[in-house]
Design a protein around this ligand. Structure first.
Ligand SMILES: C[S@@+](CC[C@H](N)C(=O)[O-])C[C@H]1O[C@@H](n2cnc3c(N)ncnc32)[C@H](O)[C@@H]1O
Length: 273
């Protein structure tokens, strides 16, 4: 007789076969059925698999997921650029978080951003007890802030969140070496200021600001910053931003509030502060 655990395993296997055979609808249905039947460590693999469905990297990520699972390691969670196993990932047991992540996943062309979002969520909740506003440098289509703001119901918070972007990619003179092609394909004409402004229209305390970092800070800049999320993919721009903003970050939070610097950004204040 098939046990519930066997049934979950069989559905997962059938879902994998459907995904590899190019039938994402069937794969998704089977993974969701399996997910509804288990609270076990297998949830991690199922949540990860749901993120693979319909993505052009899906088959490759599934192979990594299955290779690690086959070694007997659980839980396993594979995402774009990161594979994690033997680590607690409590978010797979949090339906409210999973649902808001899935709702906004289309805003980012990278599957399974859950770990990054959990890190931002943690930092934002830390920053809640500090005086100061929130800042995101590099917004793209608003993915991270859309997920976080909705999950924490930011509209009711007595804080502002300033979102800065050119909405036209990284300025040519700030490109990291080798980034020209990526700048063209990922950012040129793929999103707009208007789209992102409208996305946050329901939040009276979120300001979407079009401009180049760091020059735009001459026009709009909060006095005190409790949370700074830097995600410009440009070391030059991020260092220039920190030169201007570092002293505005409330001092007890200077380490924990700076999230996600670009590769190559190794910032040390030029003078002791
Ligand atoms: C990695 S994406 C941001 C992703 C976003 N944080 C998210 O979570 O979805 C980088 C963004 O930084 C913006 N950017 C890069 N350099 C900039 C600069 N100097 N000033 C303003 N925006 C910039 C680009 O236009 C691009 O939208």
């Amino acid at each position: 007789m098939m046990t519930p655990t066997d049934d979950v395993a069989a559905k997962t296997q059938a879902g994998d076969e459907a995904l590899l055979a190019g039938d994402p609808a069937k794969a998704r249905a089977l993974y969701l059925e399996a997910l509804a039947q288990t609270n076990h460590r297998r949830r991690s693999g199922l949540v990860a698999r749901l993120g693979f469905v319909g993505h052009h990297l899906g088959a490759a990520l599934l192979e990594i997921q299955r290779t690690i699972e086959a070694q007997g390691h659980t839980p396993v969670f594979v995402s774009d650029g990161m594979a994690v196993w033997h680590k607690s990932n409590a978010f797979v047991q949090q339906p409210a978080f999973l649902s808001v992540v899935e709702k906004h996943a289309y805003l980012l062309p990278l599957p399974n951003w859950h770990w990054n979002l959990q890190t931002v969520l943690w930092a934002v909740l830390q920053a809640r007890s500090l005086a100061g506003d929130f800042v995101e440098l590099g917004v793209f289509r608003g993915h991270t802030t859309a997920v976080t703001a909705e999950h924490i119901r930011f509209a009711s918070w007595n804080r502002r969140w300033y979102l800065y972007d050119t909405f036209n990619g990284i300025p040519e003179d700030q490109l990291n070496v080798g980034w020209s092609g990526m700048n063209e394909t990922a950012y040129k004409g793929t999103y707009s200021y208007e789209e992102v402004r409208d996305r946050f229209a329901a939040y009276p305390n979120i300001d979407v600001i079009k401009g180049r970092v760091p020059e735009i800070f001459q026009e709009v800049c909060p006095q005190r910053i409790a949370f700074l999320h830097m995600d410009l993919n440009s070391a030059v721009a991020e260092i220039a931003a920190l030169e201007q903003l570092y002293d505005r970050i409330v001092s007890s939070n200077r380490r924990s509030s700076i999230a996600a610097p670009a590769p190559g950004t190794a910032y040390r204040p030029a003078r002791p502060r």
